[in-house]
Design a protein around this ligand. Structure first.
Ligand code: DGY
Length: 353
């Protein structure tokens, strides 16, 4: 019945008779919902439901990164793209999406987006800053303690029978008390790490950042230093800076040579900030004590990668923001960002280009 009504409504005769072109336009507007492509099938449901209230939503139906040809095929008629950090949005992809108005990435990092190409096409970008800072800071500190106090090795020893008795120097690792902690990058995540780490009675908190953040540094009690000083003085080096041309490969062979042999390096930003071959060498030669990585390249790291064979390296599968509530909020903000653009409203979190 509804189908019959709907098809007669669509017919020109009916529309002309009951309101003419205006009515016809209104009807078409009601039917032509904006189209959104979502690149993952495991996005928290509230976000998808929210999009569905006013959009025609297509969700990639596999639990794996959408291959480029499927991405291109799926976004050719879409107004909006809901993506994650695995999706490389290049100008070649954008060339195939002439209607695209907004890209909502469920991440704070945006190094997977060709920002210049997006800007050129007047496409807007929504992202998820702030909301993942606490979760990522939490994980950063957890990774630091896991690495320094050898928690994975100790857990394995307990499970495999290697644990024979309590032993005075077995499974020891460096403590934080009276140590110097160096933060590379001093954004919201680093500042929260700084606040937490201070409670471990460290002796000094130093940071290296492009710009001075006087009031935040003062509140936390952190001192700005140059990169070389940070490498030389830090017992723990924590990397949370964004990946940018000036931070790519920042941790090179030369950088590792300047670090203490007792130093521990933690990275929860992006893998490419560290030259991985140089890191393998530094860990193998005991140029540094250990490393804890939540990010690396490529992700996932191939099982043959030497980093996975080293006892003094802890590897996590990019779970910095993986607190349940945080991921739900990230998904929701991404959906809200998209809807805002489609409804000519201000985005909750727009990446200003
Ligand atoms: C981001 O949002 O960029 C993070 O890396 C995800 O954990």
């Amino acid at each position: 019945m509804l189908g019959t009504f709907s098809s007669s409504l669509r017919s020109t005769n009916f529309l002309t008779k009951f309101g003419g072109n205006n009515f016809s336009q209104l009807y078409r507007k009601m039917c032509d919902k904006p189209k959104v492509f979502v690149t993952r099938s495991d996005i928290p449901n509230d976000a998808i439901e929210l999009l569905k209230t006013s959009c025609d939503v297509t969700v990639w139906n596999k639990l794996e990164t959408v291959p480029i040809n499927s991405l291109v095929e799926n976004i050719k008629d879409k107004d909006a793209l809901f993506c994650v950090l695995n999706d490389q949005i290049s100008s070649q992809v954008l060339d195939k999406a002439p209607k695209l108005k907004v890209i909502g990435t469920m991440s704070v990092g945006y190094d997977h987006l060709d920002v210049d190409a997006i800007k050129k096409r007047n496409i807007r970008i929504g992202y998820t800053p702030n909301i993942l800072s606490d979760a990522t800071a939490e994980l950063t500190v957890a990774l630091l303690l896991t690495t320094s106090r050898r928690i994975i090795e100790a857990n394995n020893a307990a499970k495999t029978g290697e644990w024979k008795s309590w032993a005075p120097v077995w499974m020891c690792g460096p403590g934080l008390k009276n140590k110097t902690v160096g933060l590379v990058g001093f954004g919201r995540i680093a500042q929260q790490v700084g606040r937490i780490i201070k409670s471990f009675n460290i002796s000094k908190l130093i940071y290296f950042n492009r710009s001075e953040r006087k009031s935040e540094a003062c509140e936390i009690g952190a001192v700005r230093v140059d990169f070389d000083t940070l490498l030389k003085e830090s017992d723990f080096v924590i990397v949370t800076c964004a990946l940018a041309p000036e931070t790519k490969g920042l941790f090179s062979t030369e950088a590792f040579k300047k670090m203490k042999p007792t130093a521990i390096l933690i990275n929860t930003s992006r893998g490419q900030v560290i030259d991985q071959d140089a890191l393998v060498e530094a860990l193998e030669n005991k140029q540094i004590y250990g490393a804890g990585l939540d990010v690396m390249y490529p992700e996932p790291l191939p099982l043959s990668n030497p980093l996975l064979k080293l006892n003094n390296c802890v590897i996590l599968p990019h779970i910095g923001s993986a607190a349940i509530e945080t991921r739900q909020e990230m998904a929701l903000i991404t959906a809200q960002n998209i809807l805002a653009v489609l409804n000519d409203k201000e985005m909750p979190a727009e990446l200003k280009l």
